[in-house]
Ligand binder design. Structure first.
Ligand SMILES: O=C(O)CCC(=O)C(=O)O
Length: 272
């Protein structure tokens, strides 16, 4: 395994798989002590936010002045700006990288909510649509505890398919893809050990089942866009549902390179 200073890159075969399938589980994984520290940070975030559904720990990297109203932990900002994670992202989207989102999807045992089938691009204020999500497992995740499921190749036409609103309280997200827009029979489970991670493209169709098992299923999703796109705060107002994000007031970070678009605003309070 690479140590914490080695430069990591997707291999050409991994990159090809990411491009063709829209997702990838690379060989890279976080060291066990890092995972243990993140698991401890997650416990602190859960304790600090007793009224918040654990599947919706949005902006978990921001401690003070969190636009989504939760109290986060700096360990998740360190993770998001980690050199090796950024190396992986650079392989996928190039050297100019904006880190713009971090959400912990923690499904408690037995009562963990489902995430409906969706494409992220359907509700994200990024133009043109572009983002690579790095989803890092903090627990062992598999079909029994509601791991993420993807539809391989569903990103290829670079189209946002038809969605509808679903306010069912058993769902962690209110946007749901219409059933006739994809074939759920082709879904693949993303099975990961703690510290392993997957990457997925903004057009990728994905979701996850409820966690009815006796064990927790936690992962942290880090969102990175190439700086050729604009994080357009004007596109979304303050949400009326706790399962939606407040994109308008969200701080974003130029994690690597320069702002190629030129219009991205980094002056929103970073809150650390
Ligand atoms: O954690 C999950 O089950 C869903 C994650 C997800 O929808 C995302 O990272 O975009």
């Amino acid at each position: 395994m690479a140590n914490a200073t080695t430069r990591v890159q997707l291999t050409p075969a991994e990159l090809l798989r990411y491009r063709e399938q829209g997702y990838l589980v690379p060989a890279f994984r976080l060291a066990a002590d890092r995972v243990a520290a993140l698991q401890a940070a997650l416990v602190q975030v859960i304790e600090a936010n007793p009224g918040v559904r654990q599947e919706s720990l949005r902006c978990a990297h921001i401690v003070e002045n969190n636009p989504d109203g939760i109290r986060g932990h700096p360990a998740f900002l360190d993770l998001a700006l980690d050199r090796q994670i950024l190396d992986l992202v650079e392989s996928a989207i190039g050297p100019d990288i904006i880190f713009w989102g971090c959400q912990i999807f923690c499904k408690p045992g037995e009562i963990g909510l489902a995430v409906p089938w969706h494409q992220d691009g359907q509700y994200w204020p990024i133009r043109p649509l572009a983002t690579c999500t790095v989803w890092i497992a903090l627990d062992r995740v598999g079909p029994d505890n509601g791991c993420m499921r993807v539809i391989p190749g569903s990103h290829t036409c670079q189209t946002v398919f038809r969605h509808h609103e679903n306010r069912d309280a058993n769902l962690a997200l209110i946007q749901e893809l219409d059933e006739d827009q994809f074939d759920a029979d082709t879904a693949v489970d993303i099975v990961l050990e703690p510290g392993e991670l997957s990457l997925h493209d903004i057009y990728m169709v994905h979701g996850s089942a409820p966690n009815t098992s006796g064990r927790r299923r936690a992962g942290v999703a880090l969102r990175y866009m190439p700086s050729t796109s604009l994080f357009d705060r004007g596109l979304k107002g303050r949400p009326d549902d706790t399962r939606s994000a407040n994109f308008g007031d969200r701080p974003i970070w130029l994690a690597r390179g320069v702002d190629r678009h030129g219009g991205n605003v980094f002056s929103v309070e970073h809150g650390q």
